[in-house]
Design a protein around this ligand. Structure first.
Ligand code: GCW
Length: 794
């Protein structure tokens, strides 16, 4: 929270702008297009295409297209499948969902092999217009690289979303589909604009009830809402269903009764949802049941379901995310990264042709940086899908701006084998702007664009997205592109550089810092940092042997610390803190420096963003400013916590000179009522301590010793989710600020997750001035304070 900035800009707030339209805003611009539209053929999907074109061009040109049902004499935009446009003598062979936009005389023809392709072509034409591309002599044929491009919702039937940060589910509430499903249709439109053709509508940690008749009927309503946008519904299933909802005494995939049960259940589903796309299955993973119960293989499990789907042309995505989360951490040969390959490699060739193995981009679990999963390309006789996580579980959970496309690009560029499908764990919910943060919409956009064409570059994608979402003023486009394109590196710098993985609370909320949370437990996200060194030895020579899962040239590169890129050094090697990196710095100094650099980069984003005031609606401008401001605070918290932890573990001091922050620890101030408490883990609070107020009102005061000057006063406090404490700050007894701690931060504890601050800008101070803070607890939140810091104005 940044007091002066918010007040300054709030005064100028204008038209309400929620961000609901995402990248489909269709704002006015010059465009010369025919005045009529002719749609040849009839279907709900073609109706959507026509309606979208009318809506889009009305927004862009201010004119409403005249609607024709046959090709008129005057110029028109003509929509129809190749089969329906035979009179135009267009000869082409187009794959399913591919489209062709072609100038024919003064007409613009949008055609495809199927209606959905026509819809995709329509969105593509509107995108071209919004990007200001020329419409002369159009001849653009686009074919999606993979036939199946899905999003996975991790939505629970009660309306919560696992790892969802954009609000509650748009699909479910209270064990039913929502009564009002208009958000589902609107989401279908967003997905169609990207060429996404499938959506699994419930969490992979699946509630087996979904396969009961009552809920199948609910799922059918969702499928109806999506259908006009060409998005086919899929379901996440629980492998124990034959027993838990089917009433059998077994779910053994080779038992004839189980086989019969799946067959009849799938037939029942297709009666309710004739275009059901298929299933997603998480089995034998993180407590989900699977074939191992009966000593069967993943192929046995996948195939029993695949064979039931086969007559209906359905597909099963079987997740490769299978590992033991009770691994003995004392055994240095144990390695979670090996799991997917070890489990699936021996089964290559055993899966039916409508099974797709869905593999996360990296071998662990959506960490801030991982190498590419060695399973890609290792199953030449099996269909593979890549699973990308659009929702920012380990990436600041929509409170931090992290544009994931550059990371996905590195992975996709490294995968040389064909991908049968894309699966993206979506980041949307009921929030007005869908994703909880305006800039996080770009991740959904980028996922969809890459699923269609993985050769697009990150810059192309961010530029397209920005122009459509925020307009094409050069300052806006350059600033936003620059922030987005560097944001992954920035986040990595202040969370877990050098291949450490995200140093977050692995057993908790996956949000705040907790360097040791990954160790001494069975989850296997170990970095093995101790007093001597850091990193996981995954080499064949002395470690877990993981590097041997890669093809020889890659295996050789990772086998030696010398040839492993610094970004992944600690993922593959255990080294002393004094190990020298390719850039000449020691590992420990690099950890310190990158954390400072990352935090400073976020400060720079704020300065850059501030210059966009007036270049967009105030509502989105302010929302992003506030979000970046909060991110900067969290980046400092991360920086201080990680650096403190490594300093105490390694015993090696940070060699760089850091700016004097004039920090006053709360526990060293003059306290009335407030009591010092130890914070766990200690690195989460400055000096390892905070102060809490056990009574109705407490205060902490101190005299300033910093030289006279103008400062930003930062008050670092804790905002738990157990109440809304009230604070007041005074300078020489004059009121300075007054605020309530009611941000939505995902923790009830005093820790890095709840550590936040208020900044008061531009205050003239001189030695001897007194700062006093009053805190009043609320419910179970004790108005805790960490420190007060004075930042001199530059
Ligand atoms: O990253 C982990 C998440 C779980 C998730 C699991 C998975 C749906 O923390 O919340 O469960 O991955 O991908 O199955």
């Amino acid at each position: 929270m940044r007091i002066a900035a918010i007040l300054l800009f709030a005064a100028a707030a204008g038209r309400a702008e929620t961000g609901y339209d995402a990248w489909l805003r269709y704002t006015p611009r010059a465009a010369t297009v025919p005045a009529a539209i002719a749609t040849i053929g009839n279907s709900p999907v073609l109706d959507s295409a026509r309606a979208e074109l009318v809506r889009g061009l009305r927004g862009i040109t201010g004119r409403t297209l005249r609607i024709e049902s046959s090709i008129p004499a005057e110029p028109a935009i003509i929509l129809g499948t190749l089969a329906n446009l035979q009179q135009l003598n267009l000869s082409a062979t187009l794959a399913t969902d591919a489209y062709w936009i072609k100038s024919v005389g003064s007409n613009i023809v949008i055609t495809a092999q199927n209606d959905r392709g026509v819809l995709y072509g329509t969105f593509a034409l509107l995108r071209k217009i919004q990007l200001g591309e020329s419409l002369d002599n159009l001849d653009d044929r686009q074919t999606p690289r993979s036939p199946l491009r899905w999003v996975n919702q991790w939505d629970n039937l009660d309306g919560t979303i696992e790892r969802g940060y954009g609000g509650r589910s748009i699909f479910w509430d209270n064990l039913r589909a929502r009564d009002d499903l208009h958000r589902v249709s609107d989401y279908g439109r967003l997905l169609a604009s990207l060429g996404i053709n499938g959506c699994s509508i419930n969490n992979v940690n699946a509630n087996p009830k979904l396969l009961t008749p009552e809920l199948i009927a609910q799922a059918a309503r969702i499928a109806d809402a999506f259908r006009p946008w060409g998005v086919q519904v899929a379901l996440s299933i629980d492998f124990g269903s034959p027993q838990s909802v089917g009433g059998l005494d077994t779910f053994d995939p080779l038992d004839p009764r189980v086989i019969a049960w799946w067959n009849s259940k799938v037939d029942e589903l297709y009666r309710a949802i004739p275009d059901l796309a298929g299933f997603v299955l998480k089995a034998d993973s993180e407590g989900r049941v699977g074939p191992s119960t009966y000593g069967r293989t993943h192929a046995d499990a996948a195939n029993v379901v695949a064979r039931a789907l086969k007559p209906h042309h359905g597909t099963i995505f079987y997740r490769g995310f299978v590992y033991d989360h009770h691994m003995d951490w004392n055994n240095p040969k144990n390695d979670r990264a090996r799991a997917a390959y070890d489990n699936f490699k021996p089964l290559d060739g055993k899966f039916d042709d409508n099974v797709i193995i869905q593999i996360k981009n990296g071998p662990i679990d959506f960490q801030v940086r991982e190498p590419v999963s060695p399973l890609f390309g290792a199953l030449p006789k099996t269909n593979e899908a890549i699973e990308l996580q659009v929702t920012q579980e380990y990436f600041g959970q929509s409170r931090h701006t992290v544009f994931l496309v550059p990371m996905w690009k590195e992975t996709l560029d490294a995968i040389k084998s064909p991908l049968a499908a894309f699966a993206g764990v979506a980041n949307i919910g009921l929030d007005d702007n869908w994703t909880g943060n305006h800039l996080s919409q770009a991740n959904l956009y980028g996922y969809g664009r890459l699923a269609w064409n993985p050769d697009l570059t990150a810059s192309q994608i961010v530029e397209e997205w920005t122009k459509q979402t925020f307009g094409d003023d050069a300052r806006v486009v350059n600033t936003i592109a620059q922030i987005q394109l560097t944001s992954w590196r920035t986040y990595e710098n202040y969370t877990g550089p050098l291949g450490l993985q995200t140093l977050t609370d692995i057993t908790g909320n996956h949000y705040g810092v907790n360097v040791e949370a990954s160790e001494r437990n069975g989850w296997g996200q170990w970095h093995r940092a101790d007093s001597q060194g850091v990193g996981m030895d995954r080499t064949v020579a002395t470690g877990t042997g993981y590097t041997g899962q890669y093809a020889p040239p890659i295996a050789r590169m990772y086998e030696s610390a010398e040839t492993t890129p610094d970004d992944l050094l600690l993922f593959f090697h255990h080294v002393p803190y004094t190990h020298v990196l390719h850039n000449g710095k020691t590992v420990i100094q690099q950890i310190y420096d990158l954390h400072y650099q990352g935090a400073e980069q976020v400060e720079q984003y704020i300065r850059d963003w501030t210059l966009l005031h007036g270049y967009m609606d105030d509502q989105r401008f302010l929302a992003v400013l506030e979000q970046l401001d909060y991110q900067a605070v969290q980046a400092d918290v991360w920086r201080d916590a990680v650096n403190t932890w490594f300093q105490s573990a390694s015993g090696i001091k940070d060699a760089a000179a850091r700016p004097d922050l004039h920090r006053m620890e709360a526990e060293s101030m003059e306290l009335e009522g407030y009591t010092p408490v130890a914070v766990t883990p200690p690195e989460d609070a400055s000096g390892g301590k905070a102060i809490t107020c056990p009574v109705q009102k407490c205060s902490a005061a101190a005299s300033i010793t910093a030289p006279a000057g103008v400062y930003t006063i930062r008050i670092q406090y804790f905002d738990q989710n157990t109440g809304a404490s009230h604070f007041r700050a005074f300078l020489n007894n004059q009121p300075l600020a007054d605020w309530t701690a009611l941000d939505r931060l995902p923790s009830a504890k005093l820790d890095s997750t709840t550590s936040t601050r208020l900044s008061i800008l531009g205050i003239a101070l001189k030695p001897g001035d007194r700062i006093r803070i009053e805190g009043s607890p609320d419910a179970r939140e004790p108005a805790a304070l960490d420190y007060v810091e004075l930042i001199p104005n530059k």
